[in-house]
Design a protein around this ligand. Structure first.
Ligand SMILES: O=C(O)C1=C[C@@H](OP(=O)(O)O)[C@@H](O)[C@H](O)C1
Ligand SMILES: C=C(OP(=O)(O)O)C(=O)O
Length: 454
């Protein structure tokens, strides 16, 4: 589908830190919140607003997928009720999902998992396709569950993309058992459209430990904020069981929080350089997994302050190794692995076997690329063991993975001559990364190559 491999350009010379950073970095909106908000707004009974949405490849794919099914999403620079300085807003005007339609999921987990349940409500065929990597990412939990709940699906490759969901205008819904140990997004996907299934939905996870629990809590919180009735394990319910009652969703006016996982490289720069970085608008309470950075980065050698200016993290002058289970916060792993490679002691990152099926096999990619710069990283059954060694420059390959690219940038702060291949892949969730990075370092952002593939 989208040809995002067409243009290549020189590798990005990751800038070395000129000294301790001292910067305030305004991070764009959360991918996970934006894409949930779009789905919920599309399923609502009335129009809604998203303020400060993330505009990146993954959220554009979500918006375009919904548009293909008849939802109107107007992108405005301002709105009558938008306070000055709060940026742009998207207005979502819902419509019953229409078919036939074609949806390009790119390599966005949220799009490939969250939209098929919504497509099952359309009256006709909705075809899903995406980047080659999307064919390899697990989808069986969503496909099998939708069949159990009453949908007809053609998946020639059995449990994977490309596929066509043949909706009949409504879905029976009911109880379904799934093994979501390969992706929490299976659970989120079924819950998000659950209020619109005739019998609602009860999702029972059976299988090994669920990853990314904060992301499921985000789904539950956002459903409730949109008026849905949800029973969840954390409220005293049965473990690994979620229930959504059928009912109408309200159009909301939602301001999207900054993406705390995308704050990671900037906060980490404070740790690596012994400097200080402030991220404005850090939420006091959030379900975003990136909030765990406060504790994780402190354990690696810094201190933080959360006040009216946002979150300020200050490095203590050295990076310490860490032994940590990242199962809840898997998307932070590439950045923590990069920090661990610069630490003064060994690190063990656990609980993230499912990262082998993310944008790329992240465990293999991190081991290969850090070792390519002279590091000592080995894969374990469920993560990485990282022993610091003096690193040298070289090309840091990114495998179309935005978080590999930001990990390479982080290494480049401390290691001379690191060149990040395809830095433009950061556009998946953080389109302005090279500029934000250069500005944080007080450098002229003209060092970035133009026209790399996104
Ligand atoms: O629901 C979400 O928004 C996400 C859930 C997680 O997926 P997995 O549970 O597949 O790791 C996370 O890694 C991904 O970046 C975003
Ligand atoms: C795993 C990630 O993304 P996706 O939503 O494509 O699963 C990620 O952003 O780290």
């Amino acid at each position: 589908m989208t040809d995002h491999h067409a243009v290549t350009a020189p590798h990005w010379p990751a800038p070395a830190a000129p000294g301790p950073v001292d910067a305030t970095v305004t991070v764009p909106g959360s991918k996970s919140v934006t894409n949930r908000a779009l789905v919920l707004a599309a399923l609502s009974a009335e129009p809604g607003w998203l303020r400060r949405p993330l505009r990146s490849r993954d959220t554009r794919l979500m918006a375009d997928g919904l548009r293909a099914m008849g939802v109107e999403i107007e992108e405005t620079a301002s709105s009558p009720t938008l306070a000055a300085g709060t940026g742009e807003a998207w207005r979502v005007i819902p419509a019953p999902p229409q078919a036939p339609a074609e949806v390009d999921v790119g390599n966005a987990g949220t799009v490939m998992r969250f939209l098929p349940p919504l497509a099952a409500l359309a009256d006709g065929p909705v075809r899903f396709d995406g980047d080659p990597r999307s064919y390899e990412r697990p989808l069986h939990g969503v496909i099998d569950a939708l069949r159990t709940l009453g949908a007809r699906i053609d998946d020639a490759k059995r449990g994977a993309l490309p596929m066509t969901v043949h909706g009949s205008g409504s879905l029976t819904g009911g109880t379904v058992e799934i093994d979501a140990s390969s992706s929490s997004q299976f659970v989120s996907a079924l819950l998000l459209s659950g209020p619109r299934f005739n019998q609602g939905v009860e999702v029972r996870h059976t299988g090994r430990a669920l990853p990314s629990l904060p992301h499921i809590r985000m789904t539950v919180d956002m459903l409730r904020a949109a008026g849905a009735q949800v029973d969840a394990p954390e409220d005293g319910g049965e473990p690994n069981v979620w229930r959504v009652t059928p009912g109408a969703l309200l159009g909301r006016d939602l301001t999207v929080e900054p993406d705390l996982s995308n704050a990671q490289p900037f906060l980490s720069a404070a740790l690596v350089t012994g400097g200080s970085v402030t991220i404005p608008d850090w939420p006091a309470h959030t379900t975003q997994p990136g909030d765990a950075l406060r504790e994780i980065l402190s354990a690696m050698g810094g201190t933080y302050r959360l006040d009216e200016w946002g979150l300020t993290f200050t490095g203590g002058g050295r990076v310490q190794g860490i032994d940590v289970d990242l199962g809840d916060v898997g998307e932070l792993t590439p950045g923590i692995a990069a920090l661990a490679a610069l630490a003064d002691g060994e690190s063990v990152l656990r609980g993230v076997a499912h990262l082998r099926l993310h944008e790329t096999d992240r465990l293999a990619a991190l081991a290969r690329e850090i070792n390519g710069l002279g590091g000592d990283v080995s894969e374990t059954a469920d993560g990485l063991r990282i022993r610091p060694r003096p690193l040298h420059g070289g090309v840091f390959h990114t495998y179309d993975d935005h978080r590999l690219a930001t990990a390479g940038a982080l290494l480049g702060l401390a290691v001379a001559d690191v060149r990040v291949e395809n830095v433009a892949t950061t556009a998946k969730t953080l389109p302005d990364f090279p500029r934000l990075w250069s500005e944080m370092l007080g450098l002229d952002s003209a060092v970035e190559p133009a026209g790399e593939r996104a």
